[in-house]
Design a protein around this ligand. Structure first.
Ligand code: HEM
Length: 433
């Protein structure tokens, strides 16, 4: 492999994520030589690439200096432009307020905190404990479906896709049920989010429709869906304990949220946990199948599920990065970040930081402590669904224990060309010989 150099490394081209996976060698170089690196490349607005664990914590904890409301995710200018146009068109078509952020992640405190607190109680460990048994039942059902599918595919001499056959099912069911959405709608909603993140199923497109038109149609259908959901819950009244009802009837400083605010909020809740948790499950099983000694250890000691889930989160780091913009000058690791400049926090890099993790490139399901940053850097925007994702991942692993020894990889993981969540959208597996 050619020697890497700071002048030429590429950590933003999504086709490279698809062809070679996460750029760990590039992040290693950055952590070693330029942990806060002004990344200026063709086709993407420049930003400071922040790659060390400690520096990501510092940025995350200074939400008064590094704000969310200007640039939240790094993506190339073509995607920036497509997104801007799509948002503007939707706002114009519906007569909404152009100054209102698309969702509450794009807000800063104190307004962000007010919105977040409207639903935060639904995601505490105490609230999730009541769902634990249900997640276990669902996971066992999905694991037996997978088991049957593996056997049937083996009979036909075919391979199965672990993502469709297992990984996507629990995240979809968990959030679909929490939001009180009819099960018959879940698959279509997933299809729509897949189009939006750049992993469309080819059957979605109409004859002659290009990518932009397809994305615009998916956004429109999703918005329509959320608007109908809001109308439905308004008509039903405040009784009902699903999250949608709770949100739609919630009051902030004595006022109900507007249709525009609600649809953004509902969309975030629906989308934020789907691809991410699915990716942790498929990436985790990928890692276990590639490390049979770790797989066998887990199967012999199911009580390791909790530490295994944390190691899987560290190892897979499903969210690549979030961005922030400095609103005043700040010195980070000796580098001056000027007001108005953007920073990008690369979580998978922090999760391989040798200053924090012994042997960071060893997948070790007994790792303890495991202070990974898969859910962000413990600031104001720390993942709201972290407990939900953990509960799901543990339930999925427990249910898979009887199936894992009977399964093997049957090809490479295929990734989505997306710079925020480069999820595995296909993982070929088959019954072990
Ligand atoms: C393995 C699965 C998941 C991973 C790796 C993940 C990762 C992240 C990360 C890195 C952030 C940004 C934190 C920051 O800016 O400091 C975030 C925020 C967020 N996540 Fe997750 N997430 C996962 C699952 C979920 C689930 C299941 C939900 C359920 C609704 C969810 C909802 C959210 C929300 C609403 C935010 C924004 C919070 C705010 O701005 O206050 N996530 N997540």
């Amino acid at each position: 492999m050619a020697t890497l150099s700071l002048d030429t490394i590429d950590i933003h081209s999504t086709d490279l994520y698809v062809s070679r996976g996460y750029p760990f060698a590039e992040w290693d170089l950055l952590r070693r030589e330029a942990p806060v690196f002004w990344y200026e490349r063709e086709g993407i607005d420049p930003f400071h690439a922040v790659t060390r664990h400690a520096d990501i914590l510092t940025v995350s904890k200074h939400s008064d200096v590094f704000v969310n409301s200007r640039r939240l995710r790094l993506q190339d200018r073509v995607d920036d432009e497509r997104q801007r146009r799509s948002i503007e068109a939707r706002i114009a078509a519906r007569g909404w307020d152009p100054s209102e952020p698309s969702d509450f992640i794009l807000m800063d405190d104190p307004r962000h905190r007010d919105f977040r607190l409207l639903i935060a109680k639904r995601f505490t460990p105490a609230a999730l404990r009541s769902l634990e048994r249900h997640f276990a039942e669902l996971s066992r059902q999905f694991a037996s479906e997978l088991d049957r599918e593996l056997a049937a595919a083996a009979g036909r001499g075919e391979v199965c896709d672990f993502v469709k056959g297992f990984a996507e099912k629990l995240p979809l069911a968990a959030i679909g049920e929490m939001m009180g959405l009819p099960p018959g709608d879940w698959r279509r909603l997933k299809q729509l989010t897949n189009v939006m993140i750049g992993a469309p199923e080819p059957s979605f497109f109409l004859p002659g429709e290009d990518r932009n038109a397809g994305v615009a149609r998916a956004v429109e259908e999703m918005t329509e869906y959320m608007v109908r959901l809001i109308q439905d819950r308004e008509a039903r009244g405040p009784q009902g304990d699903d999250l949608s009802t709770q949100l739609i009837h919630a009051k902030l400083h004595g006022e109900r949220l507007t249709e525009q605010q609600l649809q953004g909020f509902l969309f975030v809740v629906l989308a934020a946990g789907n691809e991410t948790t699915q990716n942790a499950i498929s990436g985790g099983v990928h890692a276990l199948l590639q490390n049979p000694a770790q797989r066998d250890l887990l199967c012999r000691h199911p009580e390791l599920v909790v530490s295994a889930a944390e190691e899987i989160l560290r190892w897979t780091s499903p969210v690549l990065q979030f961005a922030r913009t400095a609103v005043r000058d700040f010195e980070l690791a000796g580098v001056k970040i000027a007001a108005g400049e953007d920073v990008g926090m690369w979580y998978p890099s922090a999760n391989r930081d040798e200053a924090v993790f012994d042997d960071p490139y060893v997948f070790d399901i007994t790792r303890d402590p495991n202070r990974h940053l898969a859910f962000g850097g413990y600031g104001a925007h720390f993942c709201l669904g972290a407990n939900l994702a953990r509960w799901e991942l543990r339930a999925a692993l427990r249910a898979l224990i009887p199936v894992l020894p009977k399964m093997e990889l049957a090809g490479n993981a295929e990734r989505v060309p997306n710079l925020h969540v480069s999820a595995i959208h296909r993982l070929p597996v088959r019954a072990a010989a």
